[in-house]
Design a protein around this ligand. Sequence first.
Ligand SMILES: C[S@@+](CC[C@H](N)C(=O)[O-])C[C@H]1O[C@@H](n2cnc3c(N)ncnc32)[C@H](O)[C@@H]1O
Length: 245
Amino acid sequence: MDEDVLKARTRLACNQQLGTADFKRWVLECIGNPRNSTILDLGCGEGQFALVLAKTNKVVAVDLARANIEYVREQAGKQNVRLHAVQADFDHYNPSIKFDCVLGCYTLYYSKDHQHLFARIRQWLKQDGLLFFCGPDDGNNEELGQLLRDSGAGHRFKSMDEAKSFMDDAPKQLRDLGFSTQLVSFSNPIVFKNPSQIMQYWKSTALYDKRIEGNVSRVIEAHFQSFPTFTLTKRVKGIQARIRR
Ligand SMILES: C[S@@+](CC[C@H](N)C(=O)[O-])C[C@H]1O[C@@H](n2cnc3c(N)ncnc32)[C@H](O)[C@@H]1O
């Protein structure tokens, strides 16, 4: 299996098992807990949203990774839900129907051309349709960043910066395309109970750097000699966008 897919699965498992807030419920609320709607889930991953939504809606789930699409199809079969899972790059994908909701969680910043993708999504939405997507907010992973600085990491983390600047720039890009936008936010404190849980999580993120692994391990061990847990807060920014009438 692709290394990025494995890393994304590790992060998702940590967030779900050690997180203290319900991210999935928040996302479903942000899209209005739809029923009897047509929904396009872009970059669906393992289908944590698509599979739930497909119980009461018509869902198309798209992901670049074949392993994810196979997994979603298998789970849909096991859970006896119907959905259409497509392996495709959303920068080139063209759906054949229009949607009440287009969803993109932690994924749209992978697009090679954000403005073009937004313009295409606009065409895929019904007149009253909702585009909702989310990604990292200011201060996301700050405690991990501090821990890495304490370990001697002095450099910036480019991939995280790219995702954040995508989220910062998106409202203006969307308004230029005739959307109205609304920002929402969410915090999920992830509570790690031992050093190996944090090491495993760090290794699954874009912040991992093998060169400082020894130092990071020592700083984490020292933290746990003084405290019973280490809390890392996932700060999420969500954007709800609708076509202006
Ligand atoms: C961090 S995961 C998020 C998965 C899911 N949305 C969730 O929140 O659980 C990002 C997903 O985007 C997918 N992805 C990345 N670039 C893509 C592209 N150009 N087209 C379609 N999917 C893409 C990856 O394969 C991965 O499954």
